[in-house]
Design a binder for this molecule. Sequence first.
Ligand SMILES: Cc1cc2nc3c(=O)[nH]c(=O)nc-3n(C[C@H](O)[C@H](O)[C@H](O)COP(=O)(O)OP(=O)(O)OC[C@H]3O[C@@H](n4cnc5c(N)ncnc54)[C@H](O)[C@@H]3O)c2cc1C
Length: 394
Amino acid sequence: MGKNDFQTVVVGGGAIGSATAYWLAVRGQTDVLVLEQHTTGHGLGSSGDHSRIIRHSYHDTIYGRLTHRMYDNWARLERESAQGVFVRTGGLDIAIDGTPGADIIDNYRRVMASNEIPFDTLDKKQLGERFPQWNILEEEVRATYQEDSGLIDIRRATLTHLALAESLGVIVKENTAVQVIESFHGGVRIVTGDASYTADKVVVAIGSWVDQILGPLGQTWNTTIAEEQIVYVRTPHVKDFSVGRFPVWGWHGDDLFYGFPTYGEVAVKIGRENLRRFVTQETRSPDPHEDETAVLLDFLKERLPTAVGPVLYAKTCPYDLPPDRHFILDFLPGHPGVVVGNGAAHAGKFAGLLGEILSELAVDGRSSFPIEPFRADRPALKDPGCIPDFTLKG
Ligand SMILES: Cc1cc2nc3c(=O)[nH]c(=O)nc-3n(C[C@H](O)[C@H](O)[C@H](O)COP(=O)(O)OP(=O)(O)OC[C@H]3O[C@@H](n4cnc5c(N)ncnc54)[C@H](O)[C@@H]3O)c2cc1C
C-alpha cells in the first residue's frame, strides 16, 4: 500500500500548482503529493499553451510591485533546470489618443515609472519606423514599448516546475481527480476515487474548477468561467514576425486584442479578451468558434496585414474569474488547513511567484510578499450582492 499521509498535498498540476510543489521542495518540504486529474501538461486547463505574455506594465501597483520578483523567479527556474521558459521579445501597448485605451496606457506608464521600470513612448511616426508591421490609420497614437516584456512558455514552465519538484522528492500522481476535501482540527483529508490522503495542509490550485471542490467547504464567492479563444496564423512573412523583430503586443481598443511573434508554432498567435462567452465546466468546449476566429482575422487584416495567412489552428481556453478579477492567495476562511491559489485569469506570468507565495502560506502560515489585497475574506468575495467586474486589473 502506498503512502497516504503527507505534510502538504497540492491539488492541481497546472502552472500555479506545479510552481507551488517546486517552491515547497525548495523551502525544504519534500513530503509533498501533487494530485492532477488529467496528465501533466494537458491542454484542457489554462496552462496548456506555448505562450503567455509577461510584462512589467500593470496599471495597478498591487501587481506592479510584484513584477521584479516575478522575473527573478523565472530566471531562477531557468538556472536550476537549464530549460528556457522566458523569451524576451519586448512588448508594445498601443491605443488611439482620446480613447479609454489611452488612459490605460497612461496608467501603465505611471506604474512603471513609480517602479523605476524604463520604457519608451512612441508616437505614430516612431511606431511606424520601429515596427512597420503595424498599419495605423489614425493620426494620434499612444504607444509604449518596454524591452523586458516577452513570453513565458507556460506549458514548458509547468512541466519544468514539476520535474524539479520530483527531482527533490515530491510525488506527482496524474489522472487522479480529487473528489472531496475535508478539513478538521490540525489537518485535512483529501479523497480521490480510490484513495484517501491526510495532510497538515492542502494547497488548492485548480483554476476554473475551484468552485467544485471548495464550494462544499463554504467558499463564499462564485468563479465565472469565460471561454476565451486564440488562433495561430501561418503568416508567410515569418521573418518579419520573428522574435527580435516583432514584440508581444496589446491593442487597447473597444476590446483588448493581444498577440505574439512566431513562437511554439511557425505562426503568429492572436487573441482578445472576449469575456462574452460564459460557460460552465459542463458546457465548455475546446473547439473554436468560427465567429471569434473571423474577428481575430479581421483585426489582423486591418492592423497587421502582412501577418495574415491560413489558420494553423484555433482553440479555446478557460478564464477563471473571481468577482473582482483579483488573485486569491489565502487560507479559505474557516479552514486553517486549506490554502487557495487562484490567478484570476492573468497569472501565467506570475505563476512562478505565486508558487513561492503559496508555499510560504503552507509552510509558515503567512507570506513575506504584500498579498493583503488578495485575501479570501475581502468584501468582493464575501458579499453575495457584489456586482462582478471582470475588467483586467493589469
Ligand atoms: C486564452 C488565455 C490567455 C491568457 N493569457 C495570459 C497572458 O498573456 N499572460 C498571463 O499572465 N496570463 C494569461 N492567462 C492566464 C493564465 O494562463 C492562467 O492564470 C494560469 O495558467 C492559471 O494556472 P492554474 O494553475 O491556476 O490553472 P490550470 O492551468 O487550469 O490548472 C489547474 C489544474 O487543476 C487540475 N484540476 C482541476 N480540478 C481538479 C481536481 N478535482 N483534482 C485534481 N486536479 C484538478 C486541472 O486539470 C488543471 O491541470 C491566459 C489564459 C487564457 C485562457
